[in-house]
Design a protein around this ligand. Structure first.
Ligand SMILES: Cc1cc2nc3c(=O)[nH]c(=O)nc-3n(C[C@H](O)[C@H](O)[C@H](O)COP(=O)(O)OP(=O)(O)OC[C@H]3O[C@@H](n4cnc5c(N)ncnc54)[C@H](O)[C@@H]3O)c2cc1C
Length: 505
């Protein structure tokens, strides 16, 4: 393959697709708007402390699992430093009002046994639930890096597309246990009655099999992918957004950046939110029905994130696992329903590990689900130029979040040296994502046809990649990258090579 591939957007999707194509012999040019490539993988420093933006918990990085095998194939696995979550507590779940704490161990058997001990009357249902959860994940070939035998079009079980909350309700009738089984909701933006059971299954199986956190930040993965592309003769050009994609007779002919540079290739791949892509192509590029469909698909909720640097000498314990906090029971499927007085209903917080990690944490990050509607009043403003009432609101939300954090870690406020927040507007403007959706398009089992966006488009040399196609996150995005790359180099070509080189698959 000597094709020249231009990739618009250097997030996890664009970079992984670029890395896979570079390995296939393509010449890859990645065009990224931000000064540093990585999108959700990107990290930043404040007062010398490193913070992640959009990749806190990862999974699949153990031998034989999808991310490990993809990164091994790309030759970057040994460049990544990932700390496993604690085996006896991969996640803790705290209910603020009642003070209940659940410390969930890693691995299916340990987790099932733990929950059966805490909810003795539910042991049979739990066993069937976990069996069926794994069976659901088995229906997605790519999740197990098996050659695709028909994708979403192949027949699936009844449970595959049923709402995740109804799926859980089939097995357990204890409302607290049902809620606990959905505690990873913030990792997939679950919405009751809409999120399909297969999304719930893939995310849960991924993390229960082994979750971890990047040591010293997720930027290392973006950097490793960029190196791979450049070492193969490609380029990753940053700090200059693509402003126009010219399309003639259903072919992209060139892309132009803000600085007026023009790039031409054989193939063009967009890692952007499809609605952002629509703003760059001529209106006639796609049929009107396709444009309106892309605009109508609902997006996942956004987030209000809080970043904390502890004071020098503070003794805030480092936690080797994420902590999920919920203010009260009954919230797990309604975490992002916004009511200013009751914000945040819940959050996921963690103390990201450093290379020289000791018993005390240097920093902490909290992600609170928040809908875009909470910031809609300031939707016309942009980074650095927002009105005073926005900053006043942001400060109130920050203080409310710290109040709730105090329930999880009493006295934490006195140890905080530096503390600041980002909002759905930050996410929207930073990634160029519609409504600051943290996971892009929502998958909706009531209308899968609407939320399923194919990789190919009516513009024949323009393909899509990234979290809006198939699934989001550390697992979904690289799996889609394989499919996007295979649209150029041949169906199942790459997945077969990954399998052939594996000691485990
Ligand atoms: C707060 C938050 C927390 C998260 N936590 C986790 C987590 O713990 N685990 C997990 O698995 N996932 C997590 N995610 C989701 C994860 O970050 C995403 O699914 C993933 O990074 C998406 O990758 P992508 O390449 O599809 O999109 P992006 O990372 O958004 O990449 C798109 C890229 O396109 C660039 N771009 C936009 N417009 C232009 C333009 N005009 N020209 C050139 N470039 C452009 C953007 O700057 C960006 O770099 C989180 C997301 C958020 C927001």
């Amino acid at each position: 393959m000597n094709a020249h591939v231009i990739i618009i957007g250097g997030g996890l999707g664009g970079l992984t697709t670029g890395a896979l194509l570079s390995k296939e012999g393509c010449r890859v040019t990645v065009l990224e708007k931000n000064p540093i490539a990585g999108g959700g993988l990107q990290c930043f420093r404040r007062q010398g402390v490193l913070f992640e933006t959009g990749m806190h918990i990862v999974g699949g990085f153990t031998p034989g699992h999808n991310l490990y095998e993809i990164c091994r194939y790309l030759g970057i696995m040994d460049k990544l430093s990932i700390r496993d979550t604690d085996p006896d507590c991969m996640d803790s779940v705290t209910f603020g009002r009642t003070g209940e704490i659940y410390r969930l161990p890693r691995g299916r058997v340990a987790l099932e046994n733990y929950l059966a001990r805490r909810f003795p009357g539910q042991a049979d249902g739990l066993h069937r639930y976990f069996d069926d959860l794994w069976t659901l994940s088995e229906e997605v070939d790519l999740f197990y890096l098996r050659p695709d035998s028909g994708g979403m079009l192949k027949p699936h079980s009844d449970a595959f597309l049923m709402p995740a909350d109804s799926f859980i309700g089939r097995y357990v009738d204890d409302p607290v246990l049902a809620e606990l089984l959905a505690y990873m909701n913030p990792m997939y933006g679950g919405v009751a009655g809409h999120t399909p059971a297969f999304v719930h299954a893939l995310i849960n199986v991924l993390y229960i099999n082994g979750s971890g956190m990047f040591t010293d930040g997720s930027q290392q993965m973006a950097d490793a992918l960029c190196r791979l592309i450049t070492q193969a003769g490609g380029e990753v050009l940053t700090g200059d957004p693509v402003t126009e994609i010219a399309v003639e007779e259903r072919f992209v002919t060139r892309v132009t950046t803000r600085r007026g540079k023009t790039y031409k290739g054989d193939w063009y791949i967009s890692d952007l939110h499809p609605c952002t892509l629509l703003t760059l192509v001529p209106e006639t590029a796609f049929p009107r029905s396709y444009r309106s469909r892309l605009q109508e698909i609902p997006n996942s909720y956004s987030a209000f994130s809080v970043y904390i640097k502890f004071k020098e000498g503070a003794r805030q314990p480092f936690a080797g696992h994420p902590c999920y906090y919920q203010e009260d029971h009954g919230y797990v499927w309604r975490l992002a329903e916004y009511d200013e007085a009751d914000f945040p209903r819940g959050f996921m917080c963690l103390t990201p590990p450093a290379g020289n990690q000791g018993p005390w944490a240097e920093r902490m990050t909290l992600n609170c689900p928040m809908p875009f509607s909470a910031v809609a009043a300031w939707a016309d403003s942009h980074t650095g130029h927002r009105p005073p009432d926005y900053y006043a609101w942001k400060e109130r939300m920050l203080q409310q979040t710290l109040d709730r954090l105090e329930r999880l870690r009493p006295g934490i406020r006195r140890d905080i040296g530096l503390c600041f927040a980002s909002t759905p507007l930050t996410i929207r403007d930073y990634y160029g994502t519609k409504e600051g959706a943290i996971y892009g398009y929502n998958r909706d089992c009531r209308n899968m046809a609407l939320s399923q966006v194919p990789i190919g488009t009516k513009v024949r040399n323009l393909l899509l990649t990234g979290q809006n196609i198939n699934l989001h996150g550390i697992c979904g995005v690289p799996l889609t990258a394989i499919q996007t790359a295979e649209a150029i180099v041949g169906r199942n070509t790459i997945v077969t090579k990954i399998r052939q080189g594996s000691l485990w698959l």
